[in-house]
Design a protein. Structure first.
Length: 356
């Protein structure tokens, strides 16, 4: 930042088998993209249709990526972390990401999608009431019944129900399992907050790469195809015989704050990675990504102060970014006492935060 030099050695060249390199590149599905490595034989799936795979839609707003990651967020990940990410992509296995709050667990999904040109991240936030069905699809049965025409007679009998596909919308997980040309990125956020059954409910999905929509299966052979909505909120897609099956297993990033343990059966199907708290070099890369290379030169000293304050406690990287923003907007120019008081308010330890 600000033309300063560091004592850090140049980053070693990534191995040839890596496809994700933490380069900070932002690509869209329409860019020229290198092919992804073939999945191992036991992780290859074939949709039940001869139709060509679906093109990943371009993000509605490409600036949304820069809002989350900065203009070019390179070099923010530990090499060991990047290695496991690439293993998960090669093996088509979910990535179970743990770490302290603010270490960038959720941002990791957006970094992968941006660098590999895999489109908008399909985000599935998990709470204690979340079920597998919430991730797969939603069926508005009441809306369908209300939209049925009412007969002219005094009893007001309703006519035939409207097309069922108009009332079905695939959720983030269901959309990720459509037969895309390239894998979509699915972020299952804070799975450790879920009911105890949800992780194990996911096991069949992770193994088979498919699920069934019961409301469409009931149509039988009289109606083999139905057009349904997706979590992309764009054009509907056709589902045949009530079955959704991927052609490329999605890149699944599952985040956990360590609030509970997962079963051995669940962990066996995932690759574990723990994001360490970012060091000075990685914090500097984050700051430069968001504020540019000509950031206020005092930001470097602010990073060092932040690291001293963090110590073994809990401070998140976004607390530093908030402070740098105020620094660049004159927050440190009034007097030292006010600036110290403001930093103390911004750098409150999350370990003692009792707010909900």
């Amino acid at each position: 930042m600000s033309g300063e030099t560091t004592d850090q050695a140049p980053r070693p060249q990534p191995p040839s088998w890596w496809v994700f390199r933490d380069s900070g590149a932002h690509h869209t599905p329409s860019d020229p993209l290198p092919p992804l490595p073939a999945a191992p034989p036991w992780r290859r799936f074939r949709p039940d249709t001869d139709s060509p795979p679906l093109d990943i839609p371009a993000p509605d707003d490409v600036s949304d990526v820069e809002r989350k990651l900065g203009s070019r967020r390179a070099g923010t990940l530990d090499r060991a972390v990047v290695e496991v990410i690439n293993a998960a992509i090669q093996l088509r296995r979910p990535l179970l990401v743990s770490g302290r709050p603010g270490t960038g667990k959720s941002s990791l999904a957006h970094q992968i999608a941006a660098e590999l040109g895999l489109g908008r991240v399909l985000w599935w936030p998990v709470v204690s009431r979340t079920t597998l069905r919430d991730g797969l699809y939603d069926y508005d049965a009441i809306g369908r019944l209300q939209d049925a025409p009412v007969g002219p007679g005094p009893r007001g009998e309703r006519g035939p129900l409207p097309d069922v596909g108009r009332y079905l919308t695939l959720g983030p997980l269901g959309t990720a399992l459509l037969p895309w040309k390239r894998p979509r990125v699915l972020l299952i956020d804070e799975l450790d907050k879920s009911d105890v059954d949800l992780p194990n409910d996911l096991l069949h999905i992770f193994e088979e790469g498919e699920f069934r929509v019961r409301e469409l299966e009931r149509l039988g052979r009289s109606r083999r195809e139905a057009s349904v909505g997706t979590a992309d909120h764009g054009s509907p897609v056709v589902v045949r015989d009530g079955r959704v099956r991927c052609s490329e297993f999605p890149v699944v990033v599952i985040t956990s704050n360590g609030e509970r343990a997962f079963s051995p059966a669940f962990r066996r199907r995932c690759l574990d990675v723990e994001l360490p708290a970012p060091d000075e070099a990685r914090l500097a890369a984050m700051v430069e990504s968001h504020f540019g290379p000509q950031t206020d030169p005092r930001a470097r000293e602010l990073i060092r102060s932040f690291l001293e304050e963090r110590g073994e406690g809990t401070l998140a990287a976004d607390q530093l970014l908030n402070t740098v923003h105020l620094l660049t907007n004159g927050g440190a120019d009034v007097d030292e006492v006010s600036w110290t008081r403001l930093k103390a308010a911004l750098w409150r330890s999350l370990a003692t935060d009792a707010s909900p």
